[in-house]
Design a protein around this ligand. Structure first.
Ligand code: C5P
Length: 401
């Protein structure tokens, strides 16, 4: 059931647009609210009237229509939904979305949305197989878009090949998968670290940092929601244990490392914890006493193990995908790339934690996903949404989408 869900359907100009009418009808039957955007070319194949009749909402067509902007601006249109579906996704619209071109309502909405995206490509088989289209689809998939089809068969021009839009039933199933995400990571094991560590000075005092654990906990939740058997190794936080996740509570970096190693093997490890770089070399067994005229104690520090670097070591226990975070206040991407090499992990999510950014302890985050070759910058969004996108990207990297 899609009761209570709201879908933004972008219909681009291809003959398969007639199947989108059937898709609207079936989405409505299943309880979803459907809003539709028709590109100019789409209107050559289906009319705004038929779309409006089936969706029971007016069809949106024009970026610069004052009425549209008055009633509901394109930014709201892009975000007031649970999912954006592009069906048919033509080569042209796929290209615009990959490049971030925004020259009509449909492409502007695709650039402005922070919602999950599902593409149902439909085009001639030569266009589909062209390196340009394949690269653009790969770019969108790497950013977290789901793709359904295209299928192989007789194409409109009488040629046979891969290019037919997926059938409405297949698109509906893909919508269920994306919205529920159910089962994408079924059978996979995930390990996530979260929160700060506390490094004892004596039985009552410790060294700590301001990490809230919100991002790490959200990532564990999102991976579990996709079906991964997830272990969350958490430092001391004021958050409830996420449902459906095995949580191991630790205090120190050394305990965190030991718990992570016990949780292996894993297919993916995400190190979101703000692990203390140093521990107190020799914590006092008894509470340090202050004496009226004695000088304050000096505390000798020792380096902590690097959990991310340890998990990234190229041995048989290494998870297939290891993801780290880089909390930076300047030169985000350059520092993240250096960290990627230093730690040996596959991706680094760099985030700005300068004062005023609202990242540390806040509910939103703006990250750059840095891998060996590329940088993907995500707009500021809720930590839950960052987690969901990351989980989908993980699923794609593990061959599950
Ligand atoms: O070296 P730095 O602390 O900047 O690196 C941050 C990344 O490394 C994060 O992913 C963090 O979880 C991880 N890390 C770790 N163990 C440490 C230090 C950092 O896993 N001792």
């Amino acid at each position: 059931m899609l009761q209570g869900k709201s879908i933004l359907l972008v219909v681009a100009g291809g003959i398969a647009a007639y199947k989108s009418l059937e898709l609207i009808r079936r989405l409505r039957e299943r309880g979803a609210a459907v809003r539709c955007i028709l590109t100019r070319a789409a209107q050559e194949f289906v009319t705004p009237l038929s779309v409006a009749t089936l969706s029971r909402e007016r069809a949106f067509t024009d970026l610069f229509s004052l009425t549209d902007e008055h009633e509901i601006g394109h930014i709201r249109l892009a975000r007031d939904c649970d999912l954006v579906v592009v069906a048919p996704a033509t080569a042209d619209l796929v290209t615009k979305a990959a490049l971030g071109i925004a020259d009509d309502l449909a492409s502007t909405v695709l650039l402005a949305t922070d919602r999950p995206l599902l593409l149902a490509p439909a085009m001639n088989h030569v266009m589909w197989n062209s390196p340009a289209t394949q690269a653009n689809i790969a770019t969108l998939a790497a950013r977290g878009a789901a793709v359904v089809g295209p299928n192989s068969g007789l194409l409109a021009e009488g040629e046979t090949g891969v290019g037919r839009m997926a059938e409405p039933a297949e698109i509906l199933a893909a919508i269920d998968r994306v919205l529920g995400g159910a089962g994408l990571l079924e059978g996979m094991r995930a390990l996530v670290t979260s929160g700060p560590t506390h490094e004892p000075i004596d039985p009552v005092r410790y060294i700590a940092n301001r990490s809230s654990g919100k991002q790490g906990h959200a990532i564990a939740t999102a991976l579990a929601a996709l079906g991964a058997r997830t272990t969350l190794v958490s430092g001391p936080v004021r958050l409830p244990d996420p449902r459906g996740v095995e949580v191991v509570h630790v205090e120190t970096a050394e305990e965190m490392l030991a718990a992570c190693l016990r949780a292996l093997p894993a297919d993916v490890a995400v190190c979101a914890a703000a692990v203390a770089d140093w521990r107190v070399a020799a914590p006092a067994a008894r509470k340090l006493k202050k004496a009226a005229d004695a000088p304050p104690p000096s505390i000798a520090l020792a380096p902590n193990p690097d959990i991310l670097a340890t998990l990234s070591r190229r041995d048989e226990r290494r998870p297939r995908l290891v993801v780290g975070f880089a909390a930076e206040t300047e030169d985000l991407v350059a520092n993240a790339r250096a960290k990627l090499l230093r730690k040996g992990c596959d991706w680094v999510l760099a985030n700005d934690v300068s004062p005023g950014s609202g990242t540390f302890g806040g509910d939103s985050n703006a990250v750059h996903v840095v891998d060996a070759g590329d940088v993907e910058s995500w707009p500021r969004m809720g930590k839950d949404e960052v987690a969901r996108r990351l989980a989908l990207r993980v699923a794609a990297a593990l061959g599950r989408r």
